[in-house]
Design a protein around this ligand. Structure first.
Ligand code: PMT
Length: 416
């Protein structure tokens, strides 16, 4: 991030007291940070503190002739290579979604072509409210990246998703490749990573299908983190409503068979394969050409097994470093280790799934297993978790490449 020009927008939530630390974490990584505060942010932190840690006068007023004479708001919007708003309150998200230019920060967000990231922070009930979630979806569909929120104890005394991610976690995500390369000791620069994400849809007739609750968030977050780590990323995605992360090439598929074909069409130059898609294990034996009529009292569907895409990649004679997921409702460790061994994977990421857990939520908790090793990651925002997982994958990939050439590795023996 050396020399990267970042506008840090600070809005009026209690987490604003962490803004000075965030400035330091960004500057530690070489960024040039220009703080822009909203008026209500002053209730929680001071201009003096932020000026001291950023080394630059803080901007807050659209109508300050002196500041505008030094660098007008349009110039400032052009100057920024990135805008990060942390904390981003529900009110600021609503203003941004509505396109309001009623203060300096809102105006900068409209006038910039730089990528915008928000680290939301609010009470968990506010975060879950329909209005905030609608604004979140709208902002994401426009390419705004949301970092978090994290879950845990809140300033209001309650607990749940809504806390701002810790400054170190935000700085790490923003820093991307540099952070991953530095901490993992292994960059993904020059590597090709293929990631599958989202559900598959298995057609019953022209209007009906079998599918599952995968939202694609885990896979898309991994794609974003891998791209930030310098990799060339090919994302193969089932039907989801998420924007394609910056710098990622995306191929859309619907069914497991389409995914299987798309994976094998491009797998030959892939260094790392990550199977995060929730691939339907079965599909209807036949797809009816016309809509099935509601005439019978009972209807039976014959299902046939879909190809196991992950196992088919791991079986290739010169296979990439192959990482699978295990989505389990019970016996997480036992089933994950079985999959690691049976599918001959290099690594498996086990997550518990169920109502509102794992699938279609903003957070996840995982246990990762590989030959002679394991690591647990507690419940956290998928964006932050993805950064940690890519870091671990880069580390294991590097260790694996130095000990044995790809395609020559024997099947893994697991000791339980
Ligand atoms: O998309 P989100 O809402 O963010 O939710 C994330 C997630 C829960 C979907 C994700 O974290 C996850 O666990 N993905 C894998 C889901 C799954 O299909 O798990 P499984 O245990 O049934 O399959 C094991 C592995 O084999 C997976 O890597 C899967 O992609 C792969 N597989 C499964 C069946 C099949 N026919 N082909 C496959 O490649």
């Amino acid at each position: 991030m050396s020399g990267t020009k970042i506008i840090l927008g600070v809005t009026g939530g209690i987490a604003a007291y962490k803004a000075p630390e965030l400035v330091r974490r960004l500057r530690d990584r070489g960024a040039i940070v220009q703080v822009v505060m909203t008026h209500s942010a002053r209730e929680f932190t001071t201009e003096t503190a932020l000026q001291a840690v950023s080394g630059r006068p803080v901007r807050s007023d659209l109508w300050d002739p002196q500041a505008e004479a030094a660098m007008g708001h349009i110039e400032l919007a052009r100057w920024a290579e990135r805008i990060l708003v942390a904390p981003a309150t529900a009110e600021f998200m609503a203003r941004l979604a509505g396109g309001f230019a009623s203060d300096l920060l809102g105006t900068l967000c409209l006038a910039t072509t730089a990528p915008i990231c928000l680290a939301p922070a609010m009470n968990h009930v506010m975060w879950a409210s329909e209005a905030v979630q609608a604004n979140r979806r709208l902002l994401e569909s426009r390419g705004v990246q949301l970092l978090g929120p994290d879950i845990g104890d809140q300033a209001c005394g309650e607990s749940g998703p809504g806390r701002m991610l810790q400054p170190e976690a935000i700085a790490k995500i923003i820093a991307g490749p540099v952070a991953v390369a530095e901490t993992a000791g292994a960059s993904l620069r020059g590597k090709t990573v293929m990631i599958t994400a989202g559900p598959t849809l298995e057609a019953i007739d022209p209007v009906r299908f079998i599918s599952n609750r995968s939202s694609g968030k885990m896979g898309y977050s991994l794609a974003s983190a891998a791209a930030a780590a310098g990799a060339k990323v090919l994302l193969l995605s089932g039907p989801v409503s998420l924007p394609v992360p910056r710098g990622v090439e995306c191929i859309n598929i619907e069914s497991a068979e389409e995914l299987h074909t798309a994976v094998h069409r491009s797998i030959s130059n892939v260094d790392i394969f990550i199977g995060a898609a929730a691939v339907a294990d079965y599909r209807p034996a036949a797809t009816e050409p016309n809509k099935i009529k509601r005439v019978r009292t009972e209807l039976r569907l014959d299902l046939v097994r879909n190809p196991d895409i992950l196992a088919s990649v791991a079986e290739l004679p010169r296979r990439p470093f192959t990482v699978g997921f295990a989505a389990e409702t019970e016996k997480l460790r036992e089933h994950a280790l079985q999959k690691l061994e049976q599918k001959k994977l290099d690594m498996i990421i086990a997550n518990k799934v169920g109502h509102g857990v794992g699938f279609d939520s903003d957070e996840n908790a995982v246990d990762v297993y590989w030959k002679n090793g394991q690591k647990s990651f507690p419940l956290s925002a998928k964006a932050a978790l993805a950064g940690d997982l890519i870091e671990l994958i880069a580390e294991r990939y590097a260790a694996n490449s130095s000990s044995a050439g790809h395609g020559t590795r024997p099947a893994i023996a697991i000791r339980d």
